[in-house]
Design a protein around this ligand. Structure first.
Ligand SMILES: [Zn+2]
Length: 182
C-alpha cells in the first residue's frame, strides 16, 4: 500500500472537571509538544475546512471494521476444579448458591466478582490527583507479548455450549516471572 501524501489531522478534545484541567491554552501547548503535533493555522472556524474531509478520507483504509478481537475460550472441568475453589476461598464476599457446582460458581465469579472488581478499580480513579501525573504516551513493557487486548469480545464455551460472554477490560502483556519493571 502506498503511503498517502496527505497529512493526518487531529482535532484535540480535552475532557475533565474544571479543577482537573490545565488552562486550555497550556493544555493544548503541552499536548502538541508531547505528541510532536504541528498546528495547522489555515484552519477556519467560519467555513467548512476542506482539509478535514480529505484527511479523514485517507485514514479510512486504516480503520478495520473488526477492530475488537473476538475470542472463544474453552472452559473445561479441569480448569474449573483448578481455579474456582481457590477464588471462592479468597473472595468470601462473593456468596454462591452451591460452591460444589463449579460451573455456576465460576459464572458468578466471571460476572459478579469481575463486575465488583472493576467497580473497585474505578473507585481508585476517583481518589487520584486531579492533574495528569505523566508526560507522553505509555510504552509497552520490554520483551512482552500482547496476550489479550482491551475490549476483546470473549465468549466462554463449556462442553460445546456458549455459557458466558464478557468484554475484556484489561490489556494483557505476557512476560517471564519476576521480570523487572522499568
Ligand atoms: Zn486480562
Amino acid at each position: 500500500m502506498q503511503p498517502s501524501s496527505v497529512k493526518p489531522r487531529h482535532v484535540l478534545c480535552f475532557l475533565g472537571k474544571d479543577e482537573s484541567l490545565l488552562h486550555p491554552s497550556k493544555a493544548v501547548a503541552k499536548t502538541i509538544a508531547d505528541f510532536n503535533f504541528e498546528i495547522d493555522r489555515t484552519y477556519s472556524q467560519a467555513k467548512p475546512d476542506p482539509h478535514m474531509e480529505r484527511s479523514f478520507g485517507v485514514c479510512w483504509d486504516r480503520v478495520f471494521p473488526k477492530a475488537f478481537r473476538k475470542s472463544r475460550i474453552e472452559v473445561d472441568d479441569q480448569f474449573l476444579a483448578r481455579v474456582v475453589p481457590a477464588i471462592l476461598q479468597n473472595s468470601p464476599e462473593l456468596k454462591v448458591a452451591d460452591p460444589a457446582n463449579l460451573l455456576d460458581s465460576w459464572l458468578a465469579i466471571n460476572r459478579e466478582l469481575r463486575r465488583r472488581n472493576s467497580e473497585t478499580i474505578t473507585s481508585f480513579a476517583d481518589q487520584t490527583a486531579p492533574e495528569i501525573l505523566w508526560h507522553g504516551a505509555f510504552k509497552q513493557l520490554l520483551n512482552t507479548a500482547v496476550e489479550a487486548g482491551f475490549a476483546d469480545q470473549r465468549t466462554y464455551v463449556y462442553k460445546g455450549e456458549d455459557v458466558d460472554h464478557q468484554v475484556h477490560l484489561g490489556f494483557d502483556l505476557a512476560s517471564t516471572i519476576a521480570a523487572p519493571v522499568r
